[in-house]
Design a protein around this ligand. Structure first.
Ligand code: K7E
Ligand code: CUA
Length: 646
């Protein structure tokens, strides 16, 4: 296999390099297809997960220009996310404050199986969490921790009316967690699949139930849609339940499973009082757009469901070779399992699955869950000729596109006939790919973005580490055409995309000052003041081009905890101000028009200490500065402050 891989890579790189001189970007007018002239805008948004950055990045297509990094699971000093008093609660968990995660799979909310552009969801793998991000403010609004889970990987995918965002555990663990020998894993660990309901009005998340599955590794998942709406599909590996040397021991079985979950049936069971409540401990963090502040609630209970107690709700579909990707076509008829150690793709048929269930044609069971016969559910196999298939997306013309990690290529094939239509190399070792709307009933089949794991020689070297590389292909014709390489940030796994016009009309421009409900807001300059409560000093400050009010503060003492609560009085689009205090053990604050943010400073030495605006906001931005006088702890200088004009 390795020798073959070597050959394939040599072949792919030589072959294409030869081509690129005679058939490069300019000669094929690829440049024109990605060129967005100065002042023009892109046609699509693309949201790429940040992987080990813990965040989400926003790009434009076809230009590949990066517009924003949205902090989600990681502290972000650029804006103060996770550092400001208001946003620190977003990163609370049952393990305490966890300022980092590994985010893989963004998914945009849907109505009737089509993207509705309200929210985007993303998973935190390491300390299991699901986040909801507003696509109006592009801010993280909510994070819910997922108990009884570990390596929250088969997440965060949504059902076709955003009824649920679904999160499956990759690592099976003891439930509840307890001290036990690791080699007693088999038969004792559990794999929790969590169904988190999404409020249709405000998007609020609630962990509705957890399905306690056998202790396999639940790798990826996708919702049924159309005819298969109401079902959810999860790939598994390590059905061997090995606990050591998994690269060998978890590859023993010729076939693992795709778990087919009839969540509507389980929902009904739960709504009729089914399931068992068990004690749990998990954080639910909500950011309020009007108070500009987040709160944490610790939840103490979770409803668990034993799959064997809900007949007809859970089945296993045998799928070869440790499948990774689990993808459902736009019609909801086909479920594609990509055995990552295989060359062929396995396509299951939803109709055949239903017929096999109806006929009760089972091939035994695993922990009481019926196993369907492989031949009975198989719709077809794609003889791809590639190696190491990972993920599949779909266009609007009945085609599918599968990435091959080992042979570094994207293969286009026809849904229904399974014939390969085209293949193009990627540079190098592609993971996920994304077609805007590709995980919905209505894909926008103009472009596919391939997200590659290895960059090597594609860019100027930047030391041992290179940013990962994405590639944009035009897929509007019969053959794919490589248009563009662009660097990405962190390690994008999956991505989600949508037409720009779905989001731009609702994009928030400012926060209205008259709707600011922050506890410490300073809504008029006349209200600016400084108050002492014991050793806490609260500074009610406002900011507008180009000054802070107050800008001189005296009477602060060593040992005080100084809270700066700063309200940006601008009501113009794109006029944030920043705030930074010398020696402060936290990051700056970047405060949007109409918003209030707070940060705490504990002065350690007497002196006169300056602060300033960090965002070049006007011709007199450099003048946007002030001083805090700090006196010794035993000083009796009274608090005073200057109210410059406004
Ligand atoms: Cu294949 Cu986390 Cu979806 Cu990476 S995962 S590529
Ligand atoms: Cu405000 Cu610079």
């Amino acid at each position: 296999m390795l020798a073959l891989l070597g050959l394939v890579m040599v072949f792919a790189s030589c072959g294409d390099q030869g081509k690129s001189s005679s058939n490069g970007a300019l000669s094929s007018s690829a440049a024109e297809k990605v060129y967005v002239a100065p002042g023009e805008q892109d046609d699509y948004y693309a949201f790429l997960s940040g992987g080990y950055s813990g965040n989400l990045t926003v790009y434009g297509l076809p230009s590949g220009r990066m517009f924003k990094e949205i902090p989600v699971f990681s502290q972000f000093p650029t804006s103060g996310y996770g550092y400001s008093e208001e946003t620190k609660p977003m990163l609370n968990t049952s393990f305490g404050f966890v300022p980092w995660d590994d985010s893989h799979h963004p998914d945009i909310s849907q109505t009737n199986g089509e993207l509705d552009g309200r929210w985007i969801f993303i998973n935190g793998n390491n300390t299991p969490r699901i986040a909801r991000i507003s696509l109006s403010t592009f801010e993280t609004e909510e994070i819910i921790e997922v108990p009884n889970s570990a390596g929250n990987h088969s997440s965060s995918f949504i059902t076709e009316n955003t009824e649920y965002v679904v999160a499956g555990t990759r690592f099976a663990v003891p439930v509840p967690q307890r001290d036990m020998p690791i080699n007693e894993y088999k038969g004792n660990f559990k794999g929790a699949l969590s169904f988190i309901s999404v409020d249709p009005e405000d998007g609020r998340l609630d962990l509705k139930f957890q399905l306690m599955m056998p202790g396999f590794n639940y790798d990826l998942s996708h919702p049924g849609r159309g005819k298969s709406h109401g079902w959810f599909f999860f790939t598994t590996y390590n059905t061997e339940e090995a606990n050591s040397l998994l690269e060998v021991n978890a590859s023993q079985n010729d076939k693992d499973f795709i778990a087919a979950i009839n969540w509507k049936k389980i929902e009904e069971y739960v709504n009729n009082g089914g399931g068992t409540k068990m004690p749990a401990n998990y954080a639910h963090n909500v950011y309020d757009e009007h108070t500009h502040a987040a709160t944490t609630t610790m939840k103490k209970e979770v409803l668990t469901v034993d799959p064997t107690k809900v007949p007809g709700a859970v089945y296993f579909l045998p799928t070869p070779k440790s499948p990774h990707g689990c993808d459902v076509d736009p019609t909801g008829q086909y479920i594609i399992g990509n055995g990552k150690l295989s060359a062929d793709l396995t396509v299951h048929s939803f109709d055949k699955m239903l017929a096999a269930i109806e006929g009760e044609k089972f091939d035994g069971e695993a922990y009481g869950i019926p196993i369907l016969k492989f031949e009975d559910v198989l719709a077809g196999q794609v003889k791809s000729g590639g190696l190491g298939p990972l993920h599949t997306e779909f266009d609007d013309k009945g085609n599918a596109y599968t990435t091959f990690f080992i042979s570094s290529e994207v293969v286009k094939w026809k849904v229904g006939t399974w014939e390969v239509i085209d293949r193009k190399p990627t540079y190098y070792s592609v993971g996920h790919l994304m077609i805007p709307g590709g995980n919905s009933r209505k894909p926008f089949g103009k472009y596919v973005v391939a997200m590659n794991k290895i960059t090597k020689d594609r860019y100027l070297p930047t030391g041992p580490e290179m940013e990962h590389s994405a590639q944009l292909y035009d897929i509007s014709g019969e053959k794919m055409e490589l248009l563009l390489d662009f660097p990405t940030h962190g390690e994008p796994h999956y991505a989600a995309g949508c037409p720009a016009e779905l989001l731009t009309p609702n994009s928030k421009k400012i926060y209205r000052l008259d709707e600011n409900k922050h506890e410490y807001a300073t809504l008029s300059t006349g209200d600016a003041r400084v108050e002492r409560k014991g050793n806490e000093v609260h500074v009610y400050m406002s900011m507008i081009r180009s000054h802070f009010t107050p800008d001189n503060i005296e009477g602060v003492k060593v040992g005080d905890k100084v809270y700066f609560h700063i309200t940006n009085h601008e009501q113009d689009f794109d006029v944030p101000h920043g705030f930074a205090m010398i020696g402060q053990n936290t990051s700056e604050l970047l405060i949007m028009p109409g918003q209030t943010k707070s940060s705490v400073w504990e002065p350690k030495e007497p002196g006169v200490w300056p602060f300033y605006c960090t965002d070049f906001c006007s011709a007199l931005h450099q003048e946007m500065q002030g001083y805090v006088r700090v006196s010794p702890a035993n000083s009796n200088i009274d608090l005073s402050w200057s109210l410059g004009g406004d």
